[in-house]
Design a protein around this ligand. Structure first.
Ligand code: ADP
Ligand code: MG
Ligand code: MG
Ligand code: MG
Ligand code: MG
Ligand code: MG
Length: 655
């Protein structure tokens, strides 16, 4: 999230009369940007990750753990100290939806050399170290997707009763919402547009004595506000493309990988104090910000309201937080085979202004949504010099990938930013080793796709099917995912021979059945000889560019780790946490994550992240070098990992 506008947001009933204006001018602002910057070319690869953290407060005596609503305070202090530290590379801290959350990014994006890939983990560790220094004695900040006791009785500090004007939740106090006026308004306006509180249902995990299963066939965990969803923490990676065409191409390719990488990073087995029958966060968030009217959801006829997008009655097949509904590269024709509602008026405006069909469709799809936060006195703007209305719609279309046009320069000397694509589906991992491994992997995969001229494209209906499968427990081990069999270009025989010696060329008949169901391991490591697998392609890329030895050693550790997780030799964080709960002495086989279990779990997760507790089930033979406040014992940028002796020595010093 960039800088937030400061001002007074309009209440829903006052913003209604401006919705059409904002949408119309948002599109005009996009057109102006597109025209001005479509010819940018030869931009360098830059990329950056985003990691979200949860601030927790622990009460050792009673073995209790709470959300600590000190996010904004901690952020102020972190921002202050960042200014005092003149490191070669620092971190930037951003606000997040929850007042217990923080988002950290590198202060500058990483550059496009493989050496930079080694600095990703270094920067993540620095962030974790700096965050440690901003914590109070009784606080911890693990990287968990969900807080296990979210919405369970008395779970925040300072204590507050549930509900409030914005969410009207029966479980979660509005004090959990970041105090910046944007967030409360978002929450309230989603509810108001929808006409009722959001209604989130996540299937409950069936254990031997889960009581609900005695009376119900498919019991659900019920949640009723945005914080349950937008309070989930994730790992995102943004890439700068060399030009607009490449950014559109990568968007499509990454959209295919979104469900795969979500399943592989699964880390959400617990919601609202219960074990869920799912392992990832997506559907929960999707439901938590679903602002569609009953008519748009297809549940009841509605009365058209001309002030709303689509008069508030146009059927919308998805929530505004969902997988993408259309590819955006011109070469994807024929693959966008699912419903993609568009605003016809906006589409004809875009086409009339010379925007190509595929792009017009994407923008006209985003603009079927209404603006949720309009600031007072900030409606009529100069469409050539601001993109605020465009961003207002764009930033509240939370899809698996986001195509980011260059922002308006704040000053003449602001750094140049090109066309970017953001990968948004991965779940945050317990350790920076894992977070860095997945970041590096996705970077290398995109490079391999570009250099070897690969295409992962498959029909969006299959991508959505994968999205659903990715939710299942242990999907990385148990599920099969649709994947394209022939991802190499026709002329890539050399490469195929390199990776898969002795392979016979593919016949046209074989090519005609292009997609098949593969296991995670097959997708990553290859299947018979027609599909080389993503990891061998990563290695081929590293060899192709002549990756230096030191970087290679580190990247090799990442790729091996991913291979083992895909094979099921290593557990996903979701599988590990579920197992932790089910084998805890206090567990009653009833799918309940009690206070004492939650207490032990968050500590274990925190200790794993800090390198104080080994976790071979998730990490195999990788050990996390201990994290220290401010990162003062940090090994040099390109240093090797610590040996066991060195690690023990450091642990003794800091514990
Ligand atoms: P948002 O929250 O809108 O996704 P952020 O401002 O949090 O965006 O930044 C997302 C990531 O993009 C950060 O890791 C940042 O370092 C990175 N980034 C910044 N500039 C560029 C750029 N020119 N190219 C690629 N990534 C960039
Ligand atoms: Mg961000
Ligand atoms: Mg964001
Ligand atoms: Mg964020
Ligand atoms: Mg982001
Ligand atoms: Mg969509």
């Amino acid at each position: 999230m960039g800088l937030l506008k400061v001002g007074t947001p309009l209440h829903w009933k006052d913003s209604l009369e401006h919705c059409n204006y904002v949408r119309h001018h948002g599109v005009l602002q996009f057109i102006a940007t597109f025209r001005r910057l479509r010819h940018l070319e030869n931009d360098r690869l830059f990329y950056g990750d985003e990691i979200e953290y949860s601030l927790l407060k622990v009460e050792k005596s009673g073995k209790r753990v709470f959300l600590s609503l000190r996010g904004p305070e901690a952020m102020e202090s972190l921002r202050g100290s960042e200014q005092d530290i003149h490191a070669f590379r620092g971190c930037t801290w951003h606000q997040e939806y929850g007042s217990w959350m923080l988002e950290g990014t590198p202060s500058l994006p990483y550059g496009g050399y493989t050496m930079s890939l080694a600095s990703v983990e270094q920067n993540m560790r620095l962030r974790r170290g700096r965050l440690l220094s901003a914590l109070k004695q009784d606080e911890i900040a693990p990287t968990l997707v969900t807080f296990p006791l979210m919405g369970v009785s008395d779970f925040v500090r300072p204590a507050a009763p549930p509900g409030g004007e914005a969410s009207q939740s029966d479980f979660v106090p509005d004090a959990c919402i970041n105090p910046h006026p944007r967030f409360g308004t978002l929450t309230g306006n989603i509810r108001r547009r929808r006409g009722s509180k959001v209604d989130i249902r996540v299937p409950l995990f069936k254990d031997e004595k889960t009581p609900e299963f005695a009376t119900e066939e498919k019991p659900m965990v019920h949640m009723d506000c945005m914080a349950f969803g937008m309070g989930c923490c994730c790992l995102q990676v943004t890439f700068q493309a060399s030009d607009i065409d490449e950014s559109r191409f990568l968007y499509d390719q990454l959209a295919v990988l979104a469900p795969i990488m979500m399943a592989l990073t699964a880390a959400t087995p617990i919601v609202k104090g219960r074990l869920a029958a799912t392992d990832v966060r997506w559907s929960l968030i999707s439901q938590s910000v679903d602002d569609r009217t009953p008519a748009e959801r297809g549940e009841a006829p509605g009365t058209p309201d001309p002030r709303l997008a689509g008069n508030g009655v146009r059927r919308q097949s998805k929530s505004r937080y969902d997988s993408i509904s259309t590819y955006i590269h011109p070469g994807s024709k024929g693959y966008s085979d699912i419903p993609c509602e568009i605003d016809e008026e906006m589409e004809s405006l875009l086409l009339k202004e010379g925007i190509d069909e595929t792009m017009s469709r994407h923008i006209a799809h985003l603009f079927t949504r209404d603006p949720l936060v309009i600031f007072e006195g900030h409606v009529e703007l100069d469409d050539d010099s601001t993109t605020d209305h465009f961003e207002s719609i764009q930033s509240t279309n939370w899809q698996t990938v986001r195509w980011k046009p260059p922002p308006m320069k704040a000053h003449a000397c602001s750094p140049h930013v090109g066309w970017r694509t953001e990968f948004r589906s991965m779940e945050v991992q317990l350790t920076d080793f894992e977070n860095a491994a997945f970041t590096a992997f996705i970077v290398i995969v995109t490079r391999a796709i570009l250099v070897f001229n690969l295409s992962l494209l498959q029909p969006l209906s299959k991508v959505d099917e994968n999205m659903e499968r990715a939710h299942g427990t242990d999907a990385a081990q148990k599920a099969k995912f649709w994947f394209r069999k022939h991802i190499l270009p026709e002329e890539a025989d050399d490469l195929i021979q390199d990776i898969c010696p002795g392979q016979t060329p593919v016949t046209p008949e074989q090519k005609s059945c292009q997609f098949e169901e593969m296991t995670m391991s097959e997708i990553m490591s290859g299947k018979s000889c027609y599909f080389p697998g993503l990891l061998p392609l990563c290695y081929a890329y590293l060899e192709h560019i002549g990756c230096d030895e030191v970087s290679f050693r580190r990247l090799d550790t990442y790729l091996k780790f991913i291979k083992e997780r895909a094979e099921g030799t290593l557990m996903t964080p979701a599988a590990w946490m579920r197992n932790f709960v089910r084998t805890h002495p206090d567990y009653k086989k009833d799918s309940v994550v009690s206070e004492s279990i939650a207490f032990d779990l968050v500590h274990a997760c925190n200790d794993i992240g800090l390198g104080k507790r080994d976790c071979p089930e998730i990490l195999g033979e990788v050990f996390i070098d201990p994290i220290t406040p401010e990162g003062q014992y940090e090994t040099p940028l390109y240093g090797e990992r610590m040996g066991p002796e060195e690690r023990r020595g450091l642990l003794n010093k800091i514990i």
